[in-house]
Design a protein around this ligand. Sequence first.
Ligand code: 9MR
Length: 331
Amino acid sequence: MTASLSTAATEKGRYFGTAVRIDQIEASPRLRQAVLNDCGFLTPEIHMKWNALQPARDHWTPGPADGLVRFAQANELRVRGHALLWHNSTPHWAEDEIVRERNWNTVGRYIEAVAGRYRDHVEEWDVVNEPIDADGSTDGLRDNVFMRSYGSSYIARALEAAHAAAPKARLAINDYSFEYDNSTEQVRRTAFLKLLERLKTAGTPLDAVGLQAHLDLSKGPLKPEILKPFLAEIAGMGLDIAITELDVNEHDRRLSLRERDARVADEVRRYLDIVLDEPKVKGVTTWGLSDEHSWLQPTGAKGAALNRGLPYDAVLEPKPMHRAIHASLLA
Ligand code: 9MR
């Protein structure tokens, strides 16, 4: 029996979870078993995105999201909702309507319906996903359909709408590329901190931030002197921190499997040892459990060509990354 990551996390007052799809859990008894063994929290990888829930204006398809919530409830697992607003998952009909009418109701009605539907089941929501863009012209904010139609206030308005519909849910902003010591990520960190500061100063209902943590072995060493002050600034604003999409993009897939797995595990251990030193980091979620389902897979890759950046390999055998997470959670 593989040691449980959730048990290790809980021992230290934290949680461990993963992103899942209900169809994949139902198709794979081994994945189901790994999820039940390791997780206390689940994030729907796609089912709670706008284009998944409402592919056409008059057509709602909440079946998979409801199925995931039922699975979570039946197994006493908690749910992180992902994501109310994301430029990449806004259905075309909604984008067209937002651009044409510039009427907040298009977004407001959606958030009310979805945050309301899951108000008793989703404990924490990624309300706005990926609002930062280092090349963005306005305050480091991404030039997306919401910015263009409503201006930068769309973030605060989305948080308020979510709070009104689900007053008990904890609300987060989730974003990526904050980990490494390079100029792009430095600009992103600064823009993110400024955004959080503006929201907190204005009294916006924001409880937490999600740091995606898509680690990347080509980006150079992780540095505590970069990461720690970043986390400390977020914590200093009274915000909780969730690691929301942890995985590792490999750099060199020609090495032996043993060496590759060691490198992935070392990167994860290093990252988690730094971030778990911050008490405001309340939990860790990986973006999937098994390499079979990772978004990082090169198209059509099989066997050794698969990226090995999740805790279990493609046949659900635990890898050194699993042991690394376990050790960091308990350290
Ligand atoms: O892993 C997800 C992939 O299966 C979906 O096709 C894609 C579009 O919905 O989203 C992926 O998840 C993303 C997450 O929602 C936000 N951060 C980046 C993740 C990887 O692209």
